[in-house]
Design a protein around this ligand. Structure first.
Ligand SMILES: Nc1ncnc2c1ncn2[C@@H]1O[C@H](COP(=O)(O)OP(=O)(O)OP(=O)(O)O)[C@@H](O)[C@H]1O
Ligand SMILES: [Mg+2]
Length: 380
């Protein structure tokens, strides 16, 4: 018998077999497309930690927009993203369809302009250029189909060039005031919101509907495991299902990792407790390599010291204890606490307490503490 293709998708940006817990926001968004300009869900700012499901939510929003024949432009806030948006819109006006374009990452040269084929965008006129291009695109769409519009999704917004983001925000703000059919969804790590909200030019984004991606309720995870497995003629013992569900902590990436690995351990399409436990173990190891390690690598030495100090506790840490373990005062430690919250690694549980956002990070840090400390001293 040919092995059935594993339905789970434990990979960044890969659409899961069932998108759990996002129905409400997707429905609200879809309604906003119909209700007309000014509907709050046409302007979304989506935040969540690594692996919380930001990119696949943007994918799903795009699909809902396409159902209504809206055009969709997906961009990631890499250097030069604003030029890619302009370029894609101009392309679209020639070819009549907007699709996401894949160009090599473009940098800004010393003169302050960016060349892209024959098009050159001057940084100082960028706000006008983007506004003009968007207006043209929306007018072209509205000419034949006044009910249709354009959705722009911007991923990894926390890394966006502030000047480019301001240009885009200003343009969108004007277009909304002009009652145009535009929708925009920004996604990024939690720190993105504080940048958007504290920057004078992008304050209008304060009105963007916030969508904070938290954990998926475990009952949803459990029923989804059951329905996906059953749909593929797989069966699972109750205690195996309970263990698999609990092991996900409702964290979207782990849902896919656990699903994928228990599927692989099935014998004759059946998953018993032993198979589930061995799949869970593989999932945990994979989570370490694909989420914990890159997340910790991105941090500074002091950030890491803060995390290692937290990992000495078995549950939420008192910020005072963390500072003491670091040999620093509360104010100094507090700066790093804030940075780690913005990076989506930790969150404030209650006054004076913090905990890890990503499941199993504590255990991973405990296991790797010696190597992490060694790396630090060898760099010093
Ligand atoms: N609502 C969901 N239900 C089930 N699985 C999900 C859900 N959202 C995301 N996933 C799965 O979680 C994994 C991570 O999703 P995604 O890449 O969208 O996260 P992200 O927040 O964009 O992460 P990063 O910050 O690293 O880019 C993928 O394997 C995806 O299939
Ligand atoms: Mg992503």
């Amino acid at each position: 018998m040919l092995a059935t293709v594993n339905p789970f998708r434990p990979s960044a940006g890969a659409n899961p077999p069932e998108l759990l817990g996002r129905e409400e926001i997707l429905d609200e968004f879809e309604e906003s497309l119909i209700s007309g300009p000014g509907s709050p869900s046409r302007l979304l700012r989506i935040t969540g930690s690594r692996g919380a499901g930001k990119t696949v939510l943007l994918n799903a929003l795009g699909n809902r927009a396409r159902i209504h024949n809206w055009q969709v432009l997906d961009e990631t806030a890499t250097p030069g993203f604003i030029n890619q948006i302009i370029f894609a819109l101009e392309e679209a006006s020639q070819h009549k369809t907007v699709k996401s374009i894949d160009l090599p990452s473009l940098g800004v040269d010393g003169i302050g302009s960016i060349e892209l084929g024959s098009i050159e965008f001057d940084r100082s006129t960028l706000p006008l250029t983007i506004r003009r291009t968007l207006t043209e695109c929306l007018e072209r769409i509205a000419k034949h189909h006044p009910e249709r519009g354009l959705l722009i999704t911007l991923d990894e917004t926390q890394g966006a060039d502030p000047q480019a983001l301001r240009a885009l925000a200003t343009a969108v703000q004007h277009l909304i005031r002009e009652d145009r059919n535009i929708a925009i969804a920004f996604a990024g790590l939690p720190g993105m919101s504080s940048f958007l909200l504290h920057d004078e030019v992008t304050t209008f984004l304060r009105r963007a509907t916030p969508v904070n991606l938290t954990d998926i309720p475990l009952d949803l995870v459990k029923s989804s495991f059951t329905s996906i497995l059953n749909a593929h003629d797989y069966t699972i013992d109750q205690n195996a299902l309970d263990a698999a569900t609990a092991a996900t902590y409702g964290y979207p990436f782990m849902i896919q990792l656990v699903g994928y690995n228990i599927w692989r351990r099935a014998k004759d399409n059946h998953i018993d407790l032993a198979a589930a436990l061995s799949g869970i173990e593989s999932a945990r190891i994979r989570l370490g390599g694909t989420v914990h390690e890159p997340a910790v690598e991105d941090l500074s030495d002091v950030d890491r010291t803060y995390l290692l100090a937290m990992a000495q506790d078995d549950g939420p840490s008192r910020t005072g204890d963390v500072a003491k373990r670091m040999g620093r005062d509360l104010q100094y430690a507090g700066r790093y606490r804030e940075r780690l919250i913005q990076a989506g690694i930790i969150y404030p549980v209650s006054y004076g307490y913090v905990d890890f956002t990503i499941p199993y990070l504590r255990e991973w840090l405990q296991q790797h503490a010696a190597t992490l400390v060694m790396q630090r001293s060898s760099q010093a």
